[in-house]
Ligand binder design. Sequence first.
Ligand SMILES: Nc1nc2c(ncn2[C@@H]2O[C@H](COP(=O)(O)OP(=O)(O)O)[C@@H](O)[C@H]2O)c(=O)[nH]1
Ligand SMILES: [Mg+2]
Length: 201
Amino acid sequence: MDVLDARFVAAATAYDQLPAPMFAEVAFAGRSNVGKSSLINSLLARKKLVRTSSTPGCTRGIHVFRVLLRGGAELDLVDLPGYGYAKRSKAERRAWGDLIERFLEARPGLRAVVVIVDVRRGLEDDDAQLIEYLDHLGQRVLVVATKLDKLPASQRKPRLAALRADIGRPVFGYSAQTGDGRDKLSRALLRACAIALPEPD
Ligand SMILES: Nc1nc2c(ncn2[C@@H]2O[C@H](COP(=O)(O)OP(=O)(O)O)[C@@H](O)[C@H]2O)c(=O)[nH]1
Ligand SMILES: [Mg+2]
């Protein structure tokens, strides 16, 4: 992704705090601490645009980042609040579920949802539930297995192949630490947004 400018545009803990949809959107979902924010920073080649954390459960709302690409196209990347964080109250979890559901159902510009899993843990119950729900909505899903750098090099390919077989759909390997998988995922996202890919040199 050839990013000319990327900036934070909104944090929303309620649906009506979100900016009106203006551009194609790609949302990023996954368990707390799986590496969503790091992945967005890595895709955009920005070190600290999206705050990352070693404390689970710290992204509380929906965060929207607006990206200007070389060539003039704009798109919004949306960091959804992480799920699966046990230390939250039931009421809090329900409020998030409602917010995420409303977002996923109501945004006309939403072109794809990136569901991020830890390559070492694979698909867990709440990831599978989310994917099922997205399928039901007819939303395009891209599964990304991140933290690839945490596996020894010799285990990466076989692990990804096993995940693909297990999940029954394509899985993009990724490392926010090394940038491994960045080009491939960027291309898939741009394609999902119908943004023309740059000409190869
Ligand atoms: N080694 C490694 N660590 C990562 C990677 N992605 C995220 N992390 C680390 O995992 C922790 C949680 O990342 P963060 O992006 O905040 O997760 P989020 O809660 O899903 O947004 C942080 O300590 C990150 O540095 C990765 O690809 N490789
Ligand atoms: Mg985060």
